[in-house]
Design a protein. Sequence first.
Length: 423
Amino acid sequence: MDGLPASLADRLQALAYEERAVAFLHIDADLRLLGAGGNLDNYGLGSVRCGEPALEQAYFLDGLLPLSHSPFFVPAVELVAGRAADVHLYRESDATWVLLLDVTAERNAAQRMQQKAYDMTLLEEREAQLNRRLEATNAALLETQRDLEIARDAIQEELRRKQLELTEARTLQLSLLPPPHRVAMNDCRLSIETILEPAKEVGGDLADYFCIDDDLLVLVLGDVSGKGAGAALMMARTHASFRGLSARPDAAGLFRSPEKAVELVNAALAATNASCTFVTLLLAAFDRKTRRLTYVRAGHVPPFLRRGNGTVEKLAAAGGLPLGLMEDAAYKSAAAELGPGDGLLIITDGITEATDLKMELFGDGRVTEFLSTSTAQGEALLHDLFARVRVFEAGSPPADDKAAILLELQMSHETCASASINV
């Protein structure tokens, strides 16, 4: 710069070189690179090779060379890594000099200013739109609030009414559970206990027993697919169907061959089962005279037979499909002999399929272990089993209904008076 001492002029030139990341390329007439220097790395040119085609190494020169006139200037050319440079081209003899000056900062500042001005314009437009919308929304919200308050009051009243109905339905469902039954036999005392715990207000598990003639005792335990009100209605139909059969003149013949009773109820349920709901069922008929238990297992959990010596076996004979699936489904019965000290436990899968926090099933094995080690009898045994399942579930809400029937031939050294029941 004219007028500056040489030292200051040199210093000014050095500052410009450092701040602007000056670099150059020297290219011959055949567009091969003769030389390069300066801050080449700033532009991604640190690995250029002399003697090689220049355009293959500096793509931004494509279309600029050879020069049509000199000097030639291209402002703010976008290069690698987000860099921008002013490109100055000069022809000297048969060669071309390309000078690069970094203008990234200026480019970025200009972009920021443009973006800020654009954002400010958008902000003003959006603010005006927002104000208009807020006014309209505020008016709509006031109207909606009034509507919601009315709807809330109506919903709360409906929920209160539904809860009352469900509470009444639960009470009615639990009232179907028969009372304990105890009656003396020759050398033992027969007792029956039932228990039912719906997972919700009402459920789909069925536990019932009734007497036919003086010697035949029928046990019915079922589990309707699904839960809630729909399952409870199917349960009520199943309960009413078996109770209806028990009042027929030929009831003794039907239940002494329990597969016949199961086939009749299955046909009735399947004929009007648009929802495809099904019922797994265990129907057992116990003859007090012969102490023979005849049972049908319609897709149900096998019952557990605890012998007087403490051994436990499962009555796993397959009887047929769950009820309600096929009108003409056929069923088979199986039999077992019971003696003094023996006990029959019939359960639903709400017990065996109860899960802990690790999603492990309670399973048949834990039921077997419980029966083989417990010294409890009757109602105490059922309550102990259900308590053990609740502990296993570790406070988690029950996923399914639970029900059980326990028939025991308890050892007795005294003559017990027969207990009559209304069934």
